[in-house]
Design a protein around this ligand. Structure first.
Ligand SMILES: *[C@@H]1O[C@H](CO)[C@@H](O)[C@H](O)[C@H]1NC(C)=O
Ligand SMILES: *[C@@H]1O[C@H](CO)[C@@H](O)[C@H](O)[C@H]1NC(C)=O
Ligand SMILES: [Cu+2]
Length: 163
C-alpha cells in the first residue's frame, strides 16, 4: 500500500507539473484565423500537449472554427463536425491526445488555407496516465525482475571470468 500511495503522490505531482506547463497558442500568431495563412507552417515548429489551449482570433461570423475528423478535413467538409463556433474568439482546450482537425466551414475558406492539423501528445511522455497501473503491477513483479537481472549479471560476470 505504501508503494501504491507513493505512486499516487507521484501522479498528482506530475499532474500539477502538467497543469503548470500548459501552453496557450495564438493560432496563426499575428495573422489570426483567416484565409491565405499556411497553418501547416505555423504548427511545424510547435509541440502540442494535453491541457494546452488554442485561441482562434477572427472576425465574429466571418469564419468558423469547426473540428472535424480526418475525412472532413481532407474533403474540407464540416457536415459531420465534432464542434463548431463562429463567435470570433474561440478557445479550444486540447483534452485528448491524438490528431485534431480544424477547418473553417465558410464556403471556399478551407480550400484557401483555413485548415489546421494539431497532433497532441500526452504531456511528460509515457509517465502520465500509465504511472499507477505500471507502478502497481511493478510492485508485485519487482523482486522477480530484480532476481532475473541479478542472475543475468551473475552470468555475465561468470562469462567474463572464464573468457
Ligand atoms: C485579433 O485580431 C485583431 C484584428 O487583426 C487584432 O487587432 C487583435 O490584436 C487580435 N487579438 C489577439 C488576442 O491576437
Ligand atoms: C468521419 O465522420 C464520418 C461521419 O460521422 C464517418 O462516416 C467517417 O467514417 C469518419 N471518418 C473517420 C476517418 O473517422
Ligand atoms: Cu473562414
Amino acid at each position: 500500500m505504501a508503494s501504491f500511495s507513493a505512486a499516487l503522490v507521484a501522479l498528482l505531482l506530475a499532474s500539477c507539473a502538467v497543469a503548470a506547463a500548459a501552453t496557450t497558442f495564438d493560432v496563426g500568431d499575428g495573422h489570426g484565423w483567416q484565409t491565405g495563412v499556411d497553418y501547416t507552417a505555423w504548427t511545424s515548429d510547435k509541440t502540442f500537449a494535453v491541457g494546452d489551449k488554442l485561441v482562434f482570433n477572427y472576425t465574429r461570423k466571418a469564419h468558423t472554427v469547426t473540428e472535424v475528423n480526418d475525412s472532413g478535413y481532407s474533403a474540407c467538409s464540416g457536415a459531420n463536425s465534432l464542434s463548431n463556433d463562429d463567435s470570433g474568439a474561440t478557445t479550444v482546450t486540447l483534452t485528448m491526445a491524438g490528431v485534431h482537425y480544424f477547418i473553417c466551414d465558410v464556403t471556399g475558406h478551407c480550400p484557401n488555407g483555413m485548415k489546421l492539423t494539431v497532433t497532441v501528445t500526452v504531456a511528460g511522455g509515457s509517465t502520465t496516465g500509465g504511472t499507477v497501473p505500471t507502478g502497481a503491477s511493478g510492485v508485485s513483479r519487482g523482486p522477480a525482475v530484480s532476481a532475473a537481472v541479478a542472475a543475468a549479471e551473475g552470468a555475465l560476470v561468470a562469462l567474463a571470468l572464464f573468457s
